[in-house]
Design a protein around this ligand. Structure first.
Ligand SMILES: [Zn+2]
Length: 140
């Protein structure tokens, strides 16, 4: 089963490549302009996530995919890495990936190592604390 954290990460990565989320019931596509703000997700992204995971919103799916976010959060699906571009993609929990399910299928200029790869928020504070801890050990 895909954890909400993994599904959120999946969304964040594809948003960073310009893939919008489709809200089927409202016939609307949403793409936050900013996904990451320093060491955390942007408020815009968090608002979008709240909307998507609200049962009242109905089915939502990343443009070009057939699995809804609701399905991904069910026990049937998991998130793994695409064989072609290592981006997070939905796989059936049985461990099988249908090639047609690759989100990058309709992206002509992808994989592309000339543009910065999508990433997770980096927690600088955590990193600094780790360095601090290591220095303290050395000084002792
Ligand atoms: Zn791919």
């Amino acid at each position: 089963m895909a954890s909400p954290k993994a599904v959120k990460e999946y969304l964040a990565y594809w948003f960073q490549l310009g893939k919008p989320i489709i809200i089927a019931r409202q016939n609307k596509a949403i793409l936050p302009r900013q996904v990451i703000m320093g060491d955390r997700y942007s408020l815009e992204f968090e608002r979008c996530w709240d909307l998507i995971t609200n049962p009242a919103t109905g089915d939502c799916y990343v443009s070009g995919t057939s699995q809804t976010i609701q399905e991904l959060l069910s026990s049937k699906w998991d998130i793994s890495n695409c064989a072609r571009c290592t981006m997070p993609v939905p796989i059936l929990d049985l461990g099988l990936q249908e090639s047609s399910d690759c989100v990058c299928n309709d992206m002509e200029n992808w994989p592309n190592n000339k543009i910065p790869s999508p990433r997770q928020p980096i927690n600088n504070m955590e990193k600094l604390t780790n360095i601090h801890r290591r220095l303290n050990k050395i000084n002792r």
